[in-house]
Write a protein that binds this ligand. Structure first.
Ligand SMILES: Cc1cc2nc3c(=O)[nH]c(=O)nc-3n(C[C@H](O)[C@H](O)[C@H](O)COP(=O)(O)OP(=O)(O)OC[C@H]3O[C@@H](n4cnc5c(N)ncnc54)[C@H](O)[C@@H]3O)c2cc1C
Ligand code: SF4
Length: 640
């Protein structure tokens, strides 16, 4: 008997894993993806190609990203919503790439796991006033085998022996990583020494970057254009190259440039398929036995709202009123150090070490006096800096603020010296944020996209939990930088708080924008109780029996960790459940080349840094490297 057919909407982190799992299990799989395919020979014989290069301009021309002119999102704060403001911002609100492979096309491939306590926040630590804390309907230990398999397929590098015991107690691992860590970046090594002096541990971060040839892809050459750029040589694992490629080999069909605008129903509780627009704007409907939504959390909620019917008047599967709610973004805090020598924060993958000592929970007086039972921080991406275009933009803003226009020759001189780029490095804390009912996605009543559909409206304000955590951990981040060998100066910047409170602040809005963390979670949380959740523990919608959600929408908490490894592990678990299988797949062959690439770490000349430039740089370290200088007067089309 033939196996049930499956339509998967979205080919990013969750969708590609589901496609690979179900195609290899023998299901007919059709993947509908809104974006273009930038991987020549994806699914073909031989090596996968790449249309990416070490190119700042290309990246700023919406090459792989959603174009906010054509497909904007809107934003307002909780207070503005209470005051009846429709929206206060139209544009890029935490946009992710719109392309085959989704957000993993230009991610920096950090693959931490969530910790045991992240799945049981309510039971372990109790409620947080004003937040919607709940336990997940599964445990770390249930998810661990799926993490193992995803990491093996992605080709995640790391070294279990260097992971501190307190981390392994929370996120135990049953095996060594499939390949050793890249050489540490020089800036990371300096900060690692600073951390050690204070009793913290900076260790090689788990990331899906080849330190040795793996899965038919070469090892990383530490080109440095990593986070925010597609990998020109496909040394970085991701949804497209690690899963979709193999799904296509197994018979899955991919239709790129297919914008799905509606889930079609066969009855009140069964999906029949989806309707979509093709590249020419023609409308099509495809049917399948099972539909999986993996559009990423904001777009999945939007599609559920756009799929409202008389039986589902408030959005598909939204009898609970929970669709779109509990949106989480993470809350970044930066520490920075200024060094007389060149620290080469631009060389290598965006960072190579992490510090987990600030994950929490902690109960400092700062928290108690704010009425919080505890606070949590998160993982620290340690040792990066910013790229050329971001640095150029910061100088332009700095000189303009001094009344010197864009800076002219001073600007050029600053760029030649690489004042920020070469002499500032720091660490960026991925702070956990609280789920709140009022932080939500719905449909903007006014603004429409280029296709004529209502755009998603994001209503969001930070909870005291993350604001206080940023205040508490920020000075600790600075202390690490101050303790690094040779540091001349140090500081910390509550970038997320600036973004939250500093609208109108040119520095804040340039470097931080409308919460551009690229981590999008919640909007259709999983749970056992249909009155307060949208899907069950497998991602199946409570109200539509053959409709599943396979992306970050189902997260119950944000934890303090980059989310994609968890998105993929959940998608794998969901798809195995659909396929009626629990056995894990075959292992990939071991890396064919155990040699490691060489990272040049020569030190260069000394230049003077102004405190302002250093401060500007630190604002941009981490959070702003996700955000490229954006030029609205060049190509605006996200479609080819
Ligand atoms: C610069 C950058 C660096 C990052 N680094 C990391 C990192 O180091 N570690 C980490 O864990 N995460 C990282 N992330 C975040 C990561 O990209 C996301 O967590 C992840 O991609 C989300 O997976 P997803 O499956 O939910 O959605 P996505 O990967 O975004 O996939 C959704 C797909 O659906 C498609 N789609 C949307 N709407 C429609 C529609 N209507 N019809 C058809 N298709 C549609 C989109 O085009 C997209 O391809 C980074 C993100 C960025 C931007
Ligand atoms: S640093 Fe390595 S993984 Fe990153 S883009 Fe360059 S070659 Fe690819």
């Amino acid at each position: 008997m033939s196996k049930p057919s499956v339509i998967i909407v979205g080919s990013g982190a969750g969708g590609s894993v589901a496609a690979w799992t179900l195609a290899t299990a023998g299901h007919p799989v059709l993947i509908l993806e809104k974006g273009r395919n930038l991987f020549p020979n994806l699914g073909g014989d031989g090596a996968i190609g790449s249309l990416f290069g070490n190119d700042d301009i290309k990246a700023g021309r919406w090459f792989e990203n959603q174009d906010p002119n054509l497909e904007p999102r809107t934003f307002r704060t909780q207070q503005q919503a209470a005051n009846g403001v429709t929206h206060s911002f139209v544009g890029d609100v935490n946009d992710l790439p719109t392309t085959v492979g989704g957000g993993t096309v230009h991610w920096d491939a950090k693959c931490p796991r969530f910790w045991r306590h992240d799945f049981k926040g309510l039971s372990l630590y109790g409620p947080v006033p004003g937040a919607n804390v709940a336990d997940w309907p599964l445990t770390y230990d249930e998810l661990a085998p799926y993490y193992d398999e995803v990491e093996r397929r992605l080709g995640v590098q790391g070294d279990v022996n260097q992971i501190p015991d307190f981390v392994l107690r929370q996120a135990p691992r049953s095996r060594q990583f499939v390949m050793p860590p890249n050489p540490l970046m020089y800036a990371g090594k300096l900060l690692q020494e600073g951390a050690a002096k204070l009793g913290y541990t900076a260790y090689p971060v788990a990331m899906a970057i080849n330190s040795a040839a793996y899965d038919g892809r070469p090892r990383c050459n530490s080109c440095g254009y990593c986070s925010g750029y597609g990998c020109p040589i496909n040394a970085r694992g991701g949804a497209a190259v690690s899963f979709l490629h193999h799904a296509l080999h197994a018979g899955a069909q991919l239709r790129s440039r297919s914008f799905v605008y509606r889930v079609e129903l066969a009855s009140r509780s069964r999906a029949a398929g989806v309707s979509y627009l093709d590249a020419d704007g023609a409308r099509h409907t495809e049917s399948a036995d099972i539909v999986i939504l993996a559009l990423s959390a904001i777009e999945t909620a939007r599609l559920l709202f756009m799929s409202a019917t008389a039986d589902h008047p408030d959005g598909l599967g939204n009898r609970s009123g929970q669709v779109g709610r509990n949106l989480m973004f993470h809350f970044f805090t930066l520490g920075f150090g200024v060094f007389p020598e060149q620290v080469h924060g631009t060389r290598g993958p965006s960072t190579t070490v992490t510090i987990d000592d600030f994950v929490g929970p902690d109960t400092p007086p700062l928290a108690t006096s704010a009425g919080l039972p505890y606070i949590k921080g998160g993982i620290c991406e340690t040792g990066g800096t910013l790229g050329l275009m971001t640095e150029a933009g910061i100088y332009a803003a700095f000189f303009s603020a001094q009344g010197a226009g864009g800076g002219g020759s001073r600007h050029k001189q600053a760029m030649k010296q690489g004042l920020i780029r070469e002499h500032v490095s720091g660490l960026s804390m991925v702070g956990e944020d609280m789920p709140q009912l009022a932080n939500r996605v719905d449909l903007d009543p006014v603004v429409r996209d280029v296709y004529g559909f209502p755009v998603p409206r994001i209503t969001r304000s930070a909870h005291q939990f993350e604001v206080v955590a940023s205040q508490y951990y920020g000075p600790k981040l600075q202390a690490v930088c101050a303790a690094a060998p040779g540091a001349l100066a140090s500081g910390w910047i509550p970038v997320a708080t600036i973004a939250e409170t500093g609208s109108g602040n040119p520095l804040g809005s340039f470097a931080v924008g409308a919460a551009p963390t690229a981590h999008i979670m919640g909007t259709a949380r999983m749970g056992d109780d249909p009155s307060v959740s949208v899907t069950d523990a497998w991602g199946r919608m409570h109200e539509v029996e053959n409709l599943f959600i396979g992306d970050g929408s189902v997260f119950v908490s944000a934890a303090g960790f980059n989310p994609s490894n968890t998105i993929m592990a959940l998608a794998l678990r969901m798809a195995r459940h659909i396929a009626g299988e629990t056995a894990l797949g075959p292992p990939l062959a071991a890396p064919s080349n155990a040699g490691l690439p060489n990272t040049s770490q020569d030190s260069g000349g000394t230049v003077a840094l102004t405190a302002a430039a250093a401060g500007s740089a630190a604002v941009a370290v981490g959070a702003a490297r996700r955000r490229r200088a954006r030029s609205r007067d060049i190509e605006t089309s996200a479609k080819d």
